[in-house]
Unconditional design. Structure first.
Length: 431
């Protein structure tokens, strides 16, 4: 097929949204001729990667909105306005390209946000939307325990989403999609309310084969004290404050245990003070941000990843820990709730903060007392990542999705499983 991809964020060697954009492009290019619309600032990184690993059937088109929009840009401030104006430029470029090329399919990949529009949906071409996320919310029962900064963030995020849901271009994007891919069921419900008739759940997260290989060589830690680890930005919605409280309860039974937190952010001082107040200041170490290679070295010295995030569409760190044969303790929410199974870790129901802390502590005790269980979960975790979250497997899956999406644009009904991430082999069978 001739495929036009909208990837506002698309850069090699990066995680999060730029990594999602780049890896999806590489996978789609295994099967189809691809034109990619992305930002001008990605040109240097993409050209450097292409010099080492050419993608002969991919053409990159670099776009920027008018220069005056940069006046609003400072850090992340003004980023959404920049994206919106970039979409206008993408529509103009996409329309011109379609007259010249005649696309079979348009695929919006990044941003991975259901409440932001894709103006390319205005073109008369079958349109695939996603995977997009952002429909996950912190349960209201957890708001009261948030810091003032955390409450402000949640209120602002809810307001931005509601405003986006009223945007007629967002609603048109939803209605035009022959198929919408949602990162979680929470997002899928919101996409359906916007008018997207066919929605299925598929994670946007994945790992390259070389990453899986290097992580699989990390041995399971059998020496030293039992040690938990968390990795991520130190913001309220990551839930690390609940992990500290749960560790404090667990520490009373296992005083030789340790908890390492890797990352930085506005909640760092609060977490360190909380650990001191709970009497575990000497056993909780907040390392701050560090290069990836050092993170993996720390992971090798730990037994279990604890990731009590309240709304995480992706949860890439969970996949990395699973590939390294570390069981994951998480909340049964969002992306981690889909990635982690009963065989690979322990998921805690997000009823209220008190119950979550108690259940997290019980989960830690269970894994600390049973090394054989940790080993079995670790091996199952490695297998799950290899089977379901290898980027090549996701590429095979996307090729199957493309084949049914284009014909489905006529009947407006794509007959696909509701959750690709759990049943990828169904779509990979020969027809």
């Amino acid at each position: 097929m001739k495929v036009l991809i909208s990837a506002y964020a698309c850069e090699p060697g990066k995680g999060s949204e730029p990594g999602v954009g780049w890896n999806f492009v590489r996978q789609v290019a295994r099967f189809h001729d691809v034109w990619v619309l992305t930002q001008e600032e990605a040109r240097l990184g993409i050209n450097a990667s292409l010099a080492n690993e050419p993608l002969p059937n991919v053409r990159f088109v670099y776009l920027d909105p008018p220069p005056w929009t940069l006046l609003w840009m400072k850090g992340r401030r003004g980023l959404q306005l920049h994206y919106y104006l970039w979409q206008r430029a993408a529509y103009s470029a996409g329309r011109s390209l379609h007259r010249e090329v005649g696309f079979d399919l348009i695929h919006h990949i990044t941003w991975v946000r259901y409440w932001m529009p894709s103006f390319l949906s205005l073109l008369p071409v079958p349109f695939l939307w996603g995977p997009v996320g952002g429909g996950e919310s912190s349960p209201r029962a957890f708001w009261w325990s948030s810091s003032p900064r955390g409450k402000t963030f949640e209120l602002a995020r809810d307001f931005a989403r509601k405003l986006g849901e009223l945007d007629p271009f967002v609603r048109h994007t939803a209605r035009k999609a022959a198929l919408g891919l949602a990162t979680t069921e929470e997002t899928a419900k919101r996409m359906r309310k916007l008018g997207c008739r066919n929605v299925s759940v598929v994670s946007e997260a994945g790992l390259a084969q070389d990453e899986i290989g290097s992580l699989s060589r990390i041995p399971q830690n059998q020496d030293g004290p039992f040690r938990l680890i968390s990795v991520g930005r130190l913001v309220n919605w990551k839930g690390f404050h609940m992990a500290v409280q749960a560790f404090a309860e667990f520490h009373r039974q296992f005083p030789r245990s340790e908890y390492w937190v890797i990352g930085d952010g506005p909640e760092r001082t609060r977490l360190e003070k909380l650990a001191q107040d709970l009497g575990v200041g000497k056993s909780v170490t907040v390392w701050g941000a560090m290069p990836r290679i050092q993170v993996l070295e720390k992971l090798a010295d730990c037994n279990v990843l604890i990731h009590p995030s309240l709304h995480d569409s992706g949860g890439w760190v969970c996949l990395e820990a699973m590939a390294a044969a570390r069981p994951v303790i998480c909340l049964d929410l969002g992306g981690p709730g889909l990635q982690v199974t009963d065989e690979t870790g322990i998921k805690v129901k997000p009823n209220n903060p008190h119950e979550v802390v108690a259940d997290l502590a019980k989960a830690i005790v269970r894994l600390a007392q049973d090394p054989d269980l940790r080993f079995r979960m670790g091996e199952a975790s490695r297998k799950r990542v290899k089977d379901d979250f290898d980027w090549n497997s996701k590429g095979d899956l996307m090729s199957a999705i493309y084949k049914v999406t284009v014909p489905a644009s006529d009947s407006k009904r794509a007959k696909l499983p509701r959750d690709f991430s759990l049943v990828p082999t169904d779509l990979n069978r020969p027809s």
